[in-house]
Ligand binder design. Structure first.
Ligand SMILES: Nc1ncnc2c1ncn2[C@@H]1O[C@H](COP(=O)(O)OP(=O)(O)O)[C@@H](O)[C@H]1O
Ligand SMILES: [Mg+2]
Length: 401
């Protein structure tokens, strides 16, 4: 009985149940009154019967209308529940969709941020900055795994780069040493030959011949000394000691340094310059070294030909500059390597013959003097190297005072 009462309460609600109970109790009381009357059959009370019956009818119809009202309420609530049940999946879907959009937005923003950071890191690595990516700590996501991998890659790259620089240095020292040995070989050979001839034929030679040979020995020994000095200057990035220079004179001196080589290779030299050219300011030793490099390169390029070397100095088209031209009819430089000839260590010559440093060092020297080196070449026909140097502002007359 208790259980069904609580069930009723849950279905009808406490308020409705109490009204209903009240109705039932009233109805029962009326029924009991009617029963009592029926049993006693007291004629004095009988006239009350129709009133009770009327009350009973009224109460009955009241209860019926209340029940109808209740069932109508219930129907309404069931209907609204159905309407809700129909709409609910739609609402659920909309909420789900909104959540999905928000979530994907959130994830995309997180990913794009990290990807942008990663992109910046790779850009930095491409520019040669191998410092580790921060934070180097390992989080539990794929991006920090990538960062860790990049960090170890950069560590390895750094290590290998250092190794490469080291081996490059070693190779440069090797080729430079070989170059020195080769350069010195010629004058030492000449000295040995001349000294041996002098020793052997001493008695048969007259005084003039002996003096000539001794002079030859001295000049070859001087040449050896100069080569060593040139090569020392070559290796050293010495400071520029500027002085007033007459390019014509300087080139004449430089040509003398190469005279032996020129004679050996039977190269015809054409040297042309105007006496009235303005002077330049520069380091005598270094500029002479540049011209020597160009001349030796030309001699190397004309090995298999009847060589012709044309050297000239003139005012450049660029105002305020002198241009020295070293022109040969040698092998020329193929187009595909022309842009590389000024690179340090770039050489097409065999090991021991070329160091690949001549042009790169020369360009460095000329640029430090405010000038430039230009080249034009026709493969098979020859090359022209132009050295541009700024004319000095100090007139020679003032400098001499
Ligand atoms: N006058 C030239 N004619 C042809 N090729 C040249 C000439 N000058 C330079 N080159 C090319 O440029 C390269 C680099 O020259 P350089 O820097 O002086 O080094 P190296 O003479 O030791 O090879 C040479 O190996 C050669 O291939
Ligand atoms: Mg050279």
């Amino acid at each position: 009985m208790k259980a069904s009462e609580s069930e009723l309460k849950s279905v009808l609600g406490e308020h409705n149940l109490s009204i209903l109970t009240q109705h039932l109790e009233d109805y029962l009381a009326l029924l009991r009154q009617l029963e009592e009357l029926d049993r006693n059959r007291d004629p004095g009370v009988l006239p009350q019967q129709p009133t009770i019956e009327k009350n009973l009818r009224e109460h009955g119809s009241l209860m019926v209308s209340f029940a109808l009202e209740l069932s109508e309420q219930e129907r309404q609530s069931v209907r609204s529940m159905f309407t809700w049940a129909k709409r609910w999946p739609l609402v659920f879907l909309i909420v789900l969709l909104a959540l999905a959009i928000w979530e994907s937005n959130f994830l995309a923003r997180q990913m794009i941020g990290r990807l942008t950071r990663l992109m910046n890191f790779t850009k930095r690595i491409a520019e040669g900055d191998f410092s580790p990516i921060m934070p180097a700590r390992k989080y539990r996501d794929e991006f920090s795994n990538v960062n860790m991998a990049l960090n170890s890659m950069m560590h390895e790259l750094n290590r290998r780069q250092e190794l490469m620089i080291e081996s490059h240095k070693l190779r440069a020292i090797g080729t430079l040493t070989a170059g020195v040995a080769h350069e010195l070989n010629n004058p030492i050979n000449n000295i040995t030959l001349t000294a041996a001839a002098l020793e052997e034929d001493y008695a048969d030679l007259n005084d003039d011949e002996r003096i000539d040979m001794i002079k030859d020995l001295v000049s070859q020994a001087e040449r050896s000394g100069k080569i060593v000095k040139n090569l020392l200057d070559f290796a050293r990035e010495s400071e520029i000691k500027t002085e007033q220079l007459n390019l014509g004179q300087l080139l004449e001196e430089t040509l003398k340094l190469a005279q032996n080589e020129i004679k050996l290779r039977k190269v015809h030299v054409d040297f042309d310059f105007d006496d009235n050219l303005p002077s330049i300011h520069g380091d005598r030793q270094q500029i002479s070294q540049v011209f020597l490099n160009l001349i030796l390169n030309s001699l190397d390029a004309m090995k298999d030909k009847k060589g012709r070397l044309e050297i000239s100095i003139a005012r450049a088209d660029t105002p305020g500059f002198l241009v020295t031209e070293v022109k040969d009819n040698g092998s020329g430089i193929p187009g595909h390597i022309l842009h590389r000839i000024f690179e340090p260590f770039f050489t097409t010559k065999s090991t021991g013959k070329g160091t690949g440093l001549g042009l790169s060092v020369s360009l460095g020297i000329i640029q430090r003097h405010g000038g430039d080196i230009r080249v034009e070449s026709a493969p098979g026909l020859g090359s022209v190297f132009q050295v541009l140097l700024p004319i000095t502002e100090v007139p020679a007359a003032i400098k001499n005072d």
